[in-house]
Design a protein around this ligand. Structure first.
Ligand code: 13P
Ligand code: SF4
Length: 375
C-alpha cells in the first residue's frame, strides 16, 4: 500500500481493518493441521487478510469448476457469497460439506429474482409466446432458480461464459429469458449485435412488465429487472473523466456495469479476465478498472509498474463479501478442529437434482471458452 497512484482520483479508497496477527497465525496452524480434510476457495473480492488463506482463488466460474473438480476433501470452505457456496454444494460430491465464514454473506443482486415471481412471469410469457424460450440464470442467483432453469431446458451462466451460453441457447430456442441481472444479460446481447428493439426489460410491478404483446412476440431477449448495486455506481462520467486526464488509458469493466459504461470501455469481462488483461499488458500501461475495490487495490499491489485506477472516485466495495473475515474463518476452523461443523450451506436434495443439471450444462458448454470478452 502507499503508492501515490491509487489516490489519483482524489479520494483515498477504503482500507480493511487489519486482523490481529495472532488470528492469522492461528489460521495458518489450523489450516496445516486440517489440510487432509479441507480446501479453501476464495473470490477475488475478499480482503487480502482473508484471501491469502485460499488454496484456490478465482472468479465465479473458476470457483465452481474447482468445487466440481476437488473431490478428495471433506470440507470446502468457501470465502465468497452465498450463491457461490450453494453452487459448490450442488456441484460437489455427496460426502463433501460446504462451509461459509458468514452465512449472512449474500448477494443483493441474486435477491432481485425470487422463484415465485420468476415462475409467474415465465407463465405469462409462455401464454403469449408459442415458440421455445430458453431460461438462463446468472450464477448470481438462488439455488431454486438454478433448479427452475435445469427443469426447463436452460443453463446457468457466469460473466466469463455468458456469450457462449447465449450462443448455445439461441441455437435451441427463439427467445432467451434472462435473470436476474439486466446489465449482464443486456451487455451480452448488445455485444452479439442483437437489435435493441428485440431486447426488452420486464419491469417490476407493471402489467406484462411494461411491454405490449407485440414487443414480447418480437423480443429475442427478455431481461429481468435486477442489477448489482456495487457495479451500478460506476458511471459514464467516470469513464469520461479518466479518459480526459489520461488519454492513453484503457478502461476495463465488469459486465455488471451499466450499458453506457460497457459501451465506452475498451474491454469488459469477469474478474478473472480483468486480472488476465492487466497481467498481459506492458509496464507503464494505464488502466481504469470498473469493478469492486478489493480487486482494484490488489491489482495495484500486484503491478506497481502499471498505473491502475478505480473508475470510481470513492472505490466501490461489496459490503456482503466483506462480511467474511479472518476471525470468522478461524471460528470455523476451531470448530472443525473440535469435531463441530458450523455454517454449513446445504441445498435441499430436490433443488439440487435440477440445479446440478443447469450448472453442469454450463460447465460443459463453456469448456474451452473461459474468460470471453464482451467487446
Ligand atoms: P465474477 O464471476 O466475474 O468473479 O463476478 C462475480 C460477481 O459477483 C461480480 O460482482
Ligand atoms: Fe453480488 Fe454485486 Fe457483490 Fe457481486 S459485487 S457479490 S453481484 S452484490
Amino acid at each position: 500500500m502507499g503508492n501515490a497512484t491509487k489516490y489519483e482520483n482524489g479520494v483515498e479508497p477504503f482500507k480493511d481493518i487489519k486482523s490481529d496477527i495472532k488470528v492469522l497465525e492461528k489460521i495458518s496452524k489450523l489450516k496445516d493441521k486440517l489440510s487432509d480434510k479441507i480446501i479453501i476457495l476464495g473470490h477475488h473480492y475478499e480482503s487480502d487478510d482473508l484471501i491469502q488463506f485460499a488454496d484456490i482463488r478465482g472468479d465465479s466460474f473458476k470457483l465452481s469448476q474447482e468445487a466440481a473438480k476437488n473431490k478428495d476433501k471433506e470440507f470446502i470452505i468457501f470465502c465468497g457469497v452465498n450463491f457461490m457456496a450453494e453452487s459448490a454444494d450442488i456441484i460437489s460430491s455427496d460426502f463433501q460439506k460446504v462451509i461459509i465464514p458468514d452465512v449472512e454473506a449474500g448477494c443483493p443482486l441474486a435477491d432481485f429474482a425470487l422463484l415465485p415471481n420468476v415462475e409467474k412471469v415465465w407463465n405469462e410469457i409462455n401464454s403469449i409466446v408459442k415458440q421455445k424460450i430458453i431460461p438462463i440464470t446468472y450464477i448470481n442467483s438462488l439455488a431454486n432458480l438454478k433448479s427452475f432453469v435445469g427443469k426447463n431446458g436452460g443453463s446457468v451462466c457466469t460473466s466469463s461464459n455468458a456469450s457462449k451460453i447465449f450462443d448455445w441457447a439461441m441455437e435451441r430456442g427463439k427467445k432467451i429469458f434472462f435473470f436476474p441481472d439486466k446489465y449482464l444479460g443486456g451487455n451480452t446481447a448488445l455485444a452479439k449485435k442483437i437489435d435493441k428493439k428485440n431486447i426488452i426489460l420486464w419491469k417490476r410491478n407493471k402489467k406484462l412488465g411494461g411491454n405490449s404483446k407485440e414487443e414480447i412476440l418480437n423480443a429475442k431477449i427478455i431481461l429481468w429487472d435486477g442489477y448489482c448495486s456495487v457495479h451500478k455506481r460506476f458511471k459514464l462520467e467516470d469513464v469520461q473523466r479518466l479518459r480526459k486526464k489520461y488519454p492513453k488509458i484503457k478502461i476495463i469493466s465488469h459486465p455488471e456495469c451499466n450499458f453506457e459504461v460497457i459501451k465506452n470501455s475498451d474491454e469488459s469481462g469477469s474478474t478473472g479476465h480483468i486480472i488476465q488483461a492487466i497481467d498481459n499488458s506492458p509496464d507503464g500501461s494505464i488502466w481504469g478498472v470498473g469493478t469492486e475495490q478489493h480487486l482494484v487495490n490488489r491489482l495495484q499491489e500486484m503491478y506497481p509498474k502499471k498505473k491502475i485506477l478505480s473508475l470510481s472516485k470513492n472505490g466501490n466495495q461489496c459490503v456482503t463479501m466483506s462480511k467474511n473475515t479472518p476471525e470468522k474463518l478461524l471460528n470455523i476452523l476451531e470448530n472443525l478442529n473440535n469435531g463441530k461443523i458450523i455454517n454449513q450451506v446445504i441445498v435441499n436434495d430436490e433443488v439440487k437434482k435440477y440445479a446440478k443439471i443447469s450448472l453442469e450444462r454450463m460447465i460443459n458448454i463453456s469448456a474451452n471458452s473461459v474468460n470471453r470478452r464482451f467487446k
